[in-house]
Design a protein around this ligand. Structure first.
Ligand SMILES: CC(=O)N[C@H]1[C@@H](OP(=O)(O)OP(=O)(O)OC[C@H]2O[C@@H](n3ccc(=O)[nH]c3=O)[C@H](O)[C@@H]2O)O[C@H](CO)[C@@H](O)[C@@H]1O
Ligand SMILES: C=C(OP(=O)(O)O)C(=O)O
Length: 426
């Protein structure tokens, strides 16, 4: 098991460049198996989810090579195979192989995905979309079987009961090579869905309306890649560095940013009193002297992202006055709260509301990254704290933060990853 070891207390400064978006990348890789040609992605983040998706590709005889942010995938010799359940369970987005395999072979068998433990994460809307498109769906012992081999996949009208990123993407993946037109209503509008549609459309797909609540997909017979797809910048990684820079920076420039994807987040930081200097593709965070408490409610995009409520909590603890967070997407996503309490933070979770009060002093201790963004919150808190913080289960952080140790140390932090289970602090 990996641990992150942080010697806290350094002020940070300098520059950091944001990587490609995890939540785009993990949809684009399964989408690549729909192509009839090799495909290439660049600005691919170096994260565990990518390496685990490559293991899944290999099990289907899909060769992939990842070097210096460029990922080449050759799906032209793909075969149907049993997918490795350990890799499937290591991340959430492995469920995108359901839609992609249905599109490619008209059938798929997968164990239930893993991913962050952030409360119930049903996939009923994904299965509803597959059924509407003609797939027979059955589940037994944690395995899902999808089969549309008898009559093929056909276009359908799918109204999602709730706005779901995963169900929207899975429905698109199944629909791009189906017969006829699929209409997804109440679709999620996240930028990562637009990125996926851009990749597919550049290969000849007909996906219209991505980024709005209604997406129309007309199936095509073949998808052929002609160029390299550059993955959009990770808005959640950006928000994490914005929070970190405001909490303990003496002036930090964040490059490769799409500010329009972060307006719900940056507007809250500005409301707190952070004098962000927002440019077309970079944001400068000056040294912060005074912060006010704020109230945050997470919502589907373009609302405040559930993945950014945790990385904001260390910054909220520096504000005068109380702040509150209500996570309407995942009300039970509070794994960071007891761990931050161990470090001395004045934070509580009651009846679906997280309350953060002013905290003068954080101290390093042994804590647990119960999920990726809890890990991000603990990383920022550890950098702010006196002494040594040991974050257990740091694999959860490495699932989604591109070269985080290297990036933090370039900002003058003191962070390392160790595998040694004997690391202890007094
Ligand atoms: C790989 C990826 O992109 N992960 C993101 C994706 O997760 P993911 O795609 O799993 O999240 P969804 O958007 O599907 O979930 C939104 C809400 O809908 C519910 N729901 C979803 C599907 C379903 O079939 N039934 C159902 O009830 C969920 O429990 C949740 O309350 O969006 C989440 C919400 O922005 C983010 O936190 C994750 O980082
Ligand atoms: C919840 C997240 O990821 P996943 O859906 O991959 O578990 C996240 O990125 O915050």
């Amino acid at each position: 098991m990996k641990r992150m070891i942080i010697q806290g207390g350094n002020r940070l400064s300098g520059e950091v460049t944001i990587g490609g978006a995890k939540n785009s990348t993990v949809a684009l890789i399964p989408a690549a198996i729909l192509a009839d040609t090799p495909v290439q992605f660049d600005t691919v983040p170096d994260i565990l989810d990518v390496h685990n998706l490559m293991i899944i590709l290999k099990s289907m005889n899909v060769k992939s090579k990842f070097s210096h942010g460029v990922l080449d995938i050759d799906p032209t010799q793909i075969v149907e195979a049993e997918l490795p359940s350990k890799a499937i369970k290591s991340l959430r987005a492995s469920y995108y192989f359901m839609g992609a395999l249905l599109g490619r072979f008209h059938r798929a068998t997968l164990t239930f995905p893993g991913g962050d433990n952030i409360g119930p994460r049903p996939i009923d809307q994904h299965l509803k979309a597959f059924k509407a498109m003609g797939a027979e769906v059955s589940e037994e012992g944690g395995t899902v079987h999808l089969d549309a081999t008898k009559n093929g996949l056909h276009g359908a009208r799918v109204f999602l009961d709730m706005v779901s990123v995963g169900a929207t993407i899975n429905a698109i993946l199944a629909a791009v090579r189906a017969d006829g037109t699929t209409i997804i209503e109440n679709a999620a509008r996240e930028p990562e869905i637009i990125d996926l549609a851009t990749f597919l459309n550049n290969m000849g797909a007909k996906v219209r309306g991505a980024g709005t609540g209604t997406i129309r997909i007309t199936g095509v017979n073949t998808l052929q890649s002609m160029n390299t797809h550059t993955i959009i910048a990770d808005r959640i990684e950006t928000g994490t560095y914005l929070s970190l820079a405001a909490a303990l920076g003496d002036g930090i420039m964040i490059h490769n940013v799409i500010p329009e994807h972060l307006e719900s987040f940056t507007s809250k930081m500005i409301e707190m009193g952070v004098d962000l200097q927002i440019d077309s593709d970079k944001i400068f965070v000056p040294k912060v002297t005074h912060l006010k408490g704020i109230h945050v409610k997470t919502l589907p995009f373009p609302g405040f992202a559930t993945d950014l409520q945790q990385p904001l909590t260390p910054l909220l603890s520096l504000a005068d006055g109380d702040s509150t967070i209500v996570d309407t997407i995942y009300p039970k996503r509070v794994k960071h709260v007891p761990e931050l309490q161990k470090m001395g933070m004045n934070i509580e979770a009651h009846d679906g509301t997280i309350i953060v009060k002013h905290t003068d002093h954080l101290h390093g201790t042994n804590v647990e990254a119960g999920e990726i963004r809890a890990g991000a919150a603990l990383t920022i808190a550890g950098l702010m704290a006196d002494g040594t913080t040991v974050i257990n289960n740091a694999g959860n952080i490495l699932r989604g933060y591109d070269r985080i140790v290297w990036k933090l140390n370039r900002l003058h932090a003191n962070v390392a990853i160790e595998d040694d289970s004997s690391v202890k602090i007094d």
